[in-house]
Design a binder for this molecule. Sequence first.
Ligand SMILES: [Zn+2]
Length: 119
Amino acid sequence: MRDKIFIKWAWFLPVLFIKSQTNIHDAQNYFLIVKINDKHFNNKALIQHELVHTKQFLRTFGLHFLLYKFNDSYRYKAELEAYKASKKYGQCLVSCATYLYQNYNIDKSFQTVITDLVS
Ligand SMILES: [Zn+2]
């Protein structure tokens, strides 16, 4: 895909995805704007994952950012919900569990993460 941007919808709001080559992460969510690494531009699982985060912003009236940053339990639940969407859209369970287990400073066993992802 040669386009540099595309729009997906989080309920009634447009979310602008911008292709980036400089991302440290696969994607970075800024509520209605998501920077996505160009190698993931067609990654449906990642796109749906990011749309979940945008909905979490909306559901919390913007408090998501602070809760996510400063509350480990909230961050785990937020990522768990987002990785369930990733799994639903094609990312395998072990990959979702590995990312969730390794990258979010959570205090859970790998087995607990697997169990939570399938519940
Ligand atoms: Zn996430």
